[in-house]
Design a protein around this ligand. Structure first.
Ligand code: EPZ
Length: 417
């Protein structure tokens, strides 16, 4: 088992190109199935969830070749509509294959998706959208079976701007006959990326970046090459690390326009950010100021950085309040932060934090991806050594968190236990 060992209280300094975005690349890989041909995806993050998606695509009959950060997917051999249970159960994004499989093969079968345990993660909105497009769906035990004899464009309205449901509806709409209008669509940057990828294959989409998408389905698709943007959550994690250690960072490859909610949160801590379209430079002097944050759908502050900001608030100079509105169990991280000296009280959907600098450090356990990253940030703000277990969660989304932070001046290493 791998353990992250951190000796904290070292300031961070330097420049870094941020890895490709996990939550953008996974739906793009799924959407590749919509086309029968060759798709090249660049700036692929080498993370466990990507490896898992490759495993699934290969099990479905595609050929995948990953070299460095470039992935070539040959989808001509797609012949199976059944997502393998073991791999599908390992990650949430397996549900994303429903739309494209229905599009290509008119049928799909998958188990209920896995992924991090961060609260209830129903898929009712995905299924409701697909049903409205003419898909017949039945559940048999833990298996979802879907058939689309007649995949038809229609007018959809999502009751909540779910990222995954928007992506699934969008991918089915690409293959459907006629026009699909999706009202109440999620506006997360990852949706825009998926739309741009579909455009690269020849699809016409209007309203990209808004909550109202119009997809012209049934177009003949073509081969394409596509580059995934940098990961806004990884960038936000490293900026959170800067907020607790002080120093100066320049992060490249993540459009600053994708990070307004995060940069607003960082500015509350006293971090000074200068941005140009492709580079975010941030400077932090002294202890962070307390924050008052509330998570919400984009462009609000992202739930994926709530745990990281909880770690930042744990060392802030005063009282912080963080409200979680998307995934109720994300405050599980608070229990681990408390073990190393944080003063956090969870009441209802809010964390009330009295900052204490530095934290003590010690032995702590990650139980989800972003919570694990938050524990790393807390370790960087601790006076004694920290040992963080549960690296398998962190490696789902961070290509080399220890290598990156070492390059920026932290004393951190991945060791075998
Ligand atoms: C995506 O999950 C991301 N995952 C999550 O990141 C991220 O936290 C989340 O969007 C919100 O930004 C991927 O992109 C692979 P949702 P997703 O559907 O699509 C409710 C990470 O750490 N809901 O927008 O699953 C749901 O319960 C991961 O990288 C329904 O009620 O999120 C939640 O409260 C974790 N019914 C809210 O909507 C549904 O059918 C948002 O979920 C679907 C969702």
């Amino acid at each position: 088992m791998s353990v992250i060992r951190i000796q904290g209280l070292k300031s961070l300094r330097g420049e870094m190109k941020i890895q490709g975005s996990k939550n953008a690349v996974l739906p793009v890989m799924a959407a590749a199935l919509l086309h029968e041909g060759m798709i090249v995806i660049k700036n692929i993050p080498r993370i466990q969830d990507v490896f898992c998606m490759i495993e699934i695509l290969e099990a479905l009959g595609c050929q995948c070749q990953l070299e460095g950060h470039e992935l070539v997917i040959d989808t001509r051999g797609l012949c199976r509509s059944q997502v393998p249970d073991e791999a599908g159960g390992r990650m949430r994004s397996s549900i994303m294959l429903l739309g494209p499989l229905l599009g290509r093969l008119r049928q799909a079968e998958t188990c209920y998706p896995g992924g991090c345990v961060i609260g209830r993660r129903p898929i009712d909105l995905h299924l409701a959208a697909l049903r409205q497009m003419g898909v017949e769906i039945c559940s048999e035990g833990e298996t979802i079976k879907a058939f689309a004899r007649n995949l038809q464009g229609t007018d959809l309205s999502l009751a909540f701007p779910s990222v995954g449901a928007t992506e699934n509806a969008l991918m089915a709409a690409v293959a459907a006959r006629g026009i699909t209008r999706i009202r109440g669509a999620a506006r997360e940057p990852e949706i825009e990326v998926l739309c741009r990828f579909c455009e690269s294959m020849g699809v016409r989409i209007e309203g990209i970046g808004s909550g109202f998408l119009t997809v012209y389905g049934g177009t003949k698709l073509h081969d394409c090459e596509f580059t995934v943007p940098g990961d806004r959550i990884v960038a936000g994690t490293y900026l959170g690390a800067l907020a607790v250690t002080g120093g100066e960072l320049c992060l490249q490859g993540v459009p600053a326009t994708h990070m307004a909610g995060t940069l607003g949160a960082l500015q509350q801590t006293g971090c000074i950010c200068e941005i140009d379209p492709e580079c975010i430079c941030a400077r932090m002097d002294g202890r962070p100021y307390p924050v008052n944050l509330s998570t919400g759908p984009y462009p609000e502050f992202p739930t994926d950085l709530q745990s990281v900001m909880l770690a930042v608030a744990s060392v802030a100079d005063g009282y912080s309040r963080i409200q979680e509105n998307i995934f109720e169990e994300r405050f599980a991280t608070a229990e681990e932060l408390k073990k190393i000296g944080a003063h956090i009280t969870i009441k209802g959907g809010s964390a009330h934090v009295i900052g204490k600098y530095p934290l003590v450090g010690g032995e702590i356990w990650a139980s989800d991806l972003r919570g694990g990253a938050a524990l790393v940030v807390a370790g960087l703000a601790s006076e004694k050594e920290s040992r963080i277990h549960g690296y398998s969660y962190i490696s789902r989304g961070y290509e080399d968190i220890c290598g990156d932070l070492t390059a920026l001046g932290a004393e951190i290493a991945l060791e075998e236990d």
